[in-house]
Ligand binder design. Structure first.
Ligand code: CDP
Ligand code: MG
Length: 720
């Protein structure tokens, strides 16, 4: 086979070496022209006028449209053009996923020919690019909920678009209820001067929480507020065809359908169930690459760990191919990917190359990647699951629903006929659920309840949810908040703990840990812990190098558990970066940092992400005036703080070596990835429950069980 220089036909790489500046300008205007052309040709462009009229006529509009038809990128621009941002008002668009908010904002800024953060910007937890000139603002649904805490009328928005409503995340569901009330309050504020009212009162939930549903006012806005607000337009957008649920919820609101373009997709199933879907994905990728016509491949995996492992397997296998025949470019996309790397999936592969996109379910409907002709769907997704009886939430890998499978295969037919390879037999497809259960039905609600309480919503059971969570879940979540000290006996936010917890953009259990750590003089260490626990997985152990990885982890591991081990990694990365920053420039540091991570079997992406989160929560802690002290090498105090913070997840060893979780009674085992897997201490606390064939706990530390009765007597004396 003749050897060919890589990328020899790539016009960009040729351009770089010839007349630089002029070429860049030509490239730039060519790209602008191409974007303008694309904008004109997407299906939604032909209905701009009609859509604007519908928005003007209806205060609430439901827009349903095929994925890729241009809803997310175009509608806000149409509205801007039609004058919805007059008087400095903002169009807000919420997304369930941060990746979508970020990549779409970048795309729209480019389409408008503006710098990100000027007219177009995004704001997601721990990353805000907006400025006072931002008029089109993309954000996560959770972030808009937080904004409501500071500005209950959401007064700066003229239009709020809730995008991807079919995903039915718990934040979207709560937001819909909130917006319904804000909208009617804003309309009423012009006529009279009422506050925002929430749902029914006097619903009796029984138990000790009766006062929760007492006759207090449900208004979260002060009654004496005399300000007048402009009416708010609401648009609910969704990819699936069921507009009825939303329409009914909003009093039979008008819905419009946007015609998409969909080419036929051939579906292939395996003859037998696959034992290892990662392996099966790998084989299918190479089968397509070697046998099928040009076109990019989109593979749906369940999370960062799987994506990174498949990425590595593909690159390893490619390195065994003869030079010049390796023309496969692998690009990952998942939530924790640094934002500057996320846009790589949208760029075309170099000339003659085939792109393989390894994605989580982000690529189902939230982001549309051009060029995809082949979809590989192993049929799984990582989802939250909640057992309210045991009050245990976990992330589990479950089969997709039929509608998810259909969305996934649809991705292959956006630009021409495509093929979808489902890595399971056809008989399995028939057994799938029709659609995914809303998240509110399968998660712990303490986070949401804390926020609703902070908004002044007293009656949680009577709250106007689009779909009611179960009473047991609400009661369990209230109990959990009560145990954490966030609620008073009569179910009000406690002062200061409850209010402080609501201010922190973290799970209540982590917020509590941070507040306690301030008292235990180990806040610096707890901030690191919470940041490290907020990313998917710090350690990275490729299958073929498990032994080397275990040896590398030993340099950081602490006999006291995973929490101190994570702190050790973080501190070591600090030392490394401090030393290097004296010696080298920024670009070189980044390269050296990646190498350091690789040598130590650490995911550099995760560690960077954790460092970023750490920086931001530290700012919150500072603003709240918490005591930023470190316990240094005296880890006893820190471990006592772990016990006092995570007491709801304490477990004791059973004679046969398993553990019994004290609060739930669940029988669990220490996950093999934990540094305590072999040591098996008498009593532990843990942060994560993973369910595979058995129930495993991850991020485990040993504690003295007497600390529980000493430090949290209100819980452990009474209960055990
Ligand atoms: O929201 P919806 O699924 O209806 O479509 P969209 O996200 O607005 O995408 C419209 C078009 O823009 C699609 O053809 C995408 O492929 C393209 N797009 C892109 O090329 N790059 C991006 N970063 C985002 C969208
Ligand atoms: Mg969209």
């Amino acid at each position: 086979m003749p050897s060919m220089a890589k990328r020899s036909h790539d016009p960009c790489s040729i351009g770089k070496f010839s007349n630089g500046k002029q070429n860049r300008q030509t490239e730039f205007s060519a790209r602008r022209q191409k974007i303008a052309q694309q904008r004109k040709s997407i299906p939604i462009a032909s209905v701009e006028k009609r859509l604007i009229e519908e928005v003007q006529k209806n205060d609430i509009l439901i827009i349903v449209g095929e994925t890729g038809s241009g809803k997310t990128t175009q509608i806000p621009q149409f509205l801007f053009g039609a004058g919805f941002c007059r008087d400095g008002k903002v169009i807000g668009i919420t997304q369930p996923r941060r990746v979508a908010a970020i990549t779409v904002a970048k795309r729209v800024a480019e389409e408008c020919g503006v710098e990100l953060g000027q007219k177009v910007g995004y704001s997601v937890r721990f990353d805000d690019t907006t400025s006072s000139s931002t008029r089109i603002k993309y954000m996560t649904d959770g972030l808009l909920l937080r904004e409501a805490l500071l500005d209950p009328y959401l007064s700066k928005y003229s239009v709020i678009i809730v995008d991807e409503a079919h995903e039915r995340t718990v934040h979207t569901d709560v937001l819909l209820a909130l917006l319904k009330n804000v909208q009617s309050a804003r309309s009423r504020s012009v006529a009279d001067d009422q506050g925002v009212n929430f749902g029914k009162k006097n619903v009796n939930a029984g138990m000790s929480l009766e006062k929760e549903y007492g006759g207090q006012s449900n208004s979260f806005l002060k009654k004496d507020n005399r300000e007048k607000y402009a009416p708010l337009k609401l648009i609910i957008m969704s990819a699936s065809l069921d507009a009825r649920t939303f329409s009914e919820y909003f009093g039979n609101a008008k819905s419009v359908h946007i015609q998409g373009r969909q080419f036929p997709v051939d579906i292939f199933y395996t003859c037998h169930p696959e034992e290892d879907y990662l392996d099966a994905s790998l084989i299918t990728i190479f089968q397509i690459h070697l046998k099928e016509d040009p076109g990019d491949i989109l593979v749906f995996l369940t999370g960062q760990e799987e994506i990174e492992s498949v990425e590595k397997l593909i690159n390893d296998r490619l390195s065994q191919f003869p030079e010049g025949s390796q023309k496969l470019q692998v690009v990952p996309i998942f939530a924790a990917l640094p934002s500057e790397q996320q846009l790589r999936v949208f760029a075309p592969a170099p000339f003659g190359f085939r792109k393989v996109i390894l994605a989580t379910n982000i690529a189902e409907t939230s982001v549309t990647i051009p060029g995809v002709k082949y979809v590989i769907d192993p049929g799984f997704v990582k989802a939250r699951s909640y057992d309210s009886g045991k009050d245990m939430e976990s992330l589990i890998i479950v089969p997709t629903s039929k509608s998810q499978a259909l969305q996934r295969s649809g991705r292959a037919g956006r630009e021409g006929p495509g093929k979808c390879f489902r890595l399971y037999p056809e008989s399995e497809f028939e057994k799938l659920e029709d659609s995914t259960k809303p998240e509110i039905k399968r998660c712990n609600l303490s986070n949401v309840i804390l926020q609703l309480k902070a908004l002044g919503v007293d009656d949680i059971v009577g709250f106007d949810f689009i779909e009611k969570p179960s009473r047991t879940t609400i009661i369990k979540s209230l109990e959990q908040l009560f145990s954490l000290g966030a609620l008073t006996d009569d179910c009000q936010l406690s002062d200061p703990v409850g209010h402080q917890m609501a201010r922190l953009p973290l799970d209540p259990i982590y917020s509590k840990a941070i507040i306690l750590a301030s008292q235990y003089n180990c806040l610096e260490d707890m901030l690191i812990t919470v940041a490290m626990l907020s990313v998917e997985s710090i350690f990275y152990a490729p299958r073929e190098k498990q032994v080397e990885a275990r040896t590398a982890i030993k340099c950081f591991s602490s006999p006291e558990g995973d929490h101190i081990t994570l702190i050790n990694v973080y501190r070591a990365s600090n030392d490394f970066l401090e030393r290097r920053s004296i010696e080298m420039g920024k670009a070189k540091i980044e390269k050296a940092f990646k190498k350091w991570c690789k040598d130590n079997f650490i995911s550099s992406r995760s560690l960077r992400h954790a460092r970023d989160i750490h920086r931001q929560i530290r700012v919150h802690a500072e603003q709240m005036g918490l005591n930023l002290a470190s316990c240094g090498d005296d880890m006893l105090q820190y471990r006592r703080c772990l016990a006092a913070s995570f007491f709801l997840n304490a477990a004791v060893k059973q004679p046969e070596g398993t553990y019994r979780a004290l609060a739930s009674g669940l029988v669990v085992q220490i996950h093999p990835s934990s540094v305590l897997f072999r040591q098996k201490p008498e009593c532990i606390i843990f942060n994560e429950l993973v369910q595979t064939n058995s129930k495993y706990v991850r991020n485990v530390s040993s504690i003295d069980y007497l600390w529980l009765t000493e430090l949290v007597p209100q819980y452990y004396v009474v209960k055990n």
